[in-house]
Design a protein around this ligand. Structure first.
Ligand SMILES: *Cc1c(COP(=O)(O)O)cnc(C)c1O
Length: 435
């Protein structure tokens, strides 16, 4: 059964349970669509990375890539679990500040950081800026002078690795909008601007090869390419990196076709490889930083919908429409992402047919799942889609003026609303009258 692919239980009434709570009750209490996170799963995911590095006695920072799901409550969990935090905008930075996240453990990313974003980061003394381009180096230099401050910086490079994943989420290859190119001399030029800069503490290199990666090979290749460059700079200029940041992209299970590694395996393999490369070069082992987003929250979240209209096209397909869609989960429309789901109030029933799950937006592309095996569905049933914890709420939008759904956390048999459902007043709150 589909449910076996996901970390959830079915209770005696045959209802899907999350964090010890009946999802059908949650749908009644908070309405649908509803994002629900099992906080224990989030914590387990954080600990799989943090503890593995600790056990191996490797100095590491596990930075949660908050773009996967940024909210005050989520950032607070990352804080409680001792993670660092990646942000890519003033909005994510502001959320981190509101959550009371330790500023020195925040890293700022982005391929087009604004002067306002950089100022905010520098004014608040965040932990590190990952520089992406020449304009940014110039702006950081000017701002540091203006504020009379110093800043830790990593240089983002594109190692020229193509990971086996969808091309829209493939960022480590040479043809990328992100980072400095290692092959064509741009990284070398940036190195000279950063190394020995009076107010920039150049700590090391960063790369992010892609997302939803199921093997360690790509990460190891990237580390190898980075170390080749480090060897050159070490030889020529005596450069010794304090930090090697290998990015995020650790894969999770969306459907039975996905075969992720246990999270501790990534940490183990990366740790061993970096130790070997450093030993070969006879330099001290750099700190390893990683940036999991999806692997922290993806499988911890589900989305509940109410089933509305149904349509049978004989000889073609059955459609089941739900009261959400591309407004709360853009990934199927954006990347043809695949999901699995069950009827939460019939989670103990074997599938008897297939149906495709349609969203309610006025777009033919607003389809959540194609040909999903399901038991007989009825209007009013609750559909639970698995593994929607990453890039669901964070990519939610107001298409068709649909208010954003609420987010509930469950832990130890307790449920707690952590993001309110938007109202129609919220949807029009920035509109101004023209009469
Ligand atoms: C998106 C991104 C991540 C997180 O990717 P996941 O696939 O969610 O782990 C980490 N680092 C950088 C630089 C990113 O752009």
């Amino acid at each position: 059964m589909i449910i076996d692919n996901h970390p959830y239980e079915v209770n005696e009434q045959g209802h899907l349970e999350i964090g010890g709570i009946d999802t059908v009750n949650l749908a009644e209490k908070y309405g649908t669509p509803l994002y629900i996170y099992d906080v224990k799963t989030i914590r387990d995911n954080c600990r799989a990375f943090v503890r593995t590095f600790e056990e191996l006695d490797i100095k590491a920072q596990v930075a949660y890539a908050s773009k996967a799901f940024s909210s005050i409550a989520m950032v607070q969990i990352a804080k409680q679990e001792g993670l660092s935090l990646d942000v890519v905008s003033e909005g994510e930075l502001y959320t981190a500040f509101q959550a009371g996240f330790p500023k020195e453990k925040i890293h700022l990313h982005g391929n087009n950081k604004s002067i306002e974003e950089l100022s905010m980061a520098i004014e608040h003394d965040i932990g590190c800026i990952v520089v992406d381009n020449f304009l940014e180096i110039e702006m950081i230099g000017r701002l540091l002078e203006k504020y009379g401050k110093n800043m830790d910086v990593l240089m983002r490079v594109t190692p020229g690795i193509e990971s086996k994943t969808h091309k829209y989420i493939m960022t480590g290859n040479e043809d990328s909008k992100f980072g400095f190119n290692l092959q064509n001399g741009q990284a070398e030029e940036a190195f000279h601007m950063l190394y020995k800069h009076p107010s920039i503490n150049f700590k090391g290199l960063h790369c992010h090869i892609g997302s939803q990666i199921f093997e360690t090979e790509g990460f190891l290749l990237a580390a190898e390419v980075l170390f080749k460059q480090i060897a050159v700079w070490n030889d020529k200029y005596g450069f010794i990196p304090e930090v090697l940041n290998l990015g995020g992209g650790f894969g999770i299970r969306y459907t039975g076709e996905d075969t992720p590694l246990p999270l501790n395996k990534y940490a183990e393999k990366l740790g061993a490889a970096v130790a070997d490369f450093a030993a070969d070069l006879e330099i001290p082992m750099p700190e390893i930083w990683i940036e999991p987003g999806r692997a922290i929250v993806g499988n911890a979240g589900i989305t509940l919908y109410s089933i509305g209209s149904m349509k049978n096209i004989p000889g073609v397909r059955d459609y089941i429409s739900v009261n959400g869609g591309m407004t709360d989960n853009l990934r199927p429309a954006l990347y043809q992402a695949k999901y699995e789901a069950v009827i939460a109030n019939k989670a103990n029933q074997e599938p008897s047919k297939q149906a495709s799950i349609a969203g309610k937006c006025c777009e033919s592309g607003d389809m959540l799942i194609k040909d999903l095996p399901l038991p007989e569905a009825e209007t009013g049933d609750i559909l639970a889609v698995f593994s929607t914890g990453a890039y669901g709420y964070s990519m939610a939008n107001h298409y068709n003026r649909i208010p954003k759904a609420a987010v509930v956390f469950v832990e130890d048999g307790q449920d707690k609303l952590v993001v309110q459902r938007e109202s129609y007043e919220d949807v029009v709150k920035n509109d101004l009258s023209y009469e």
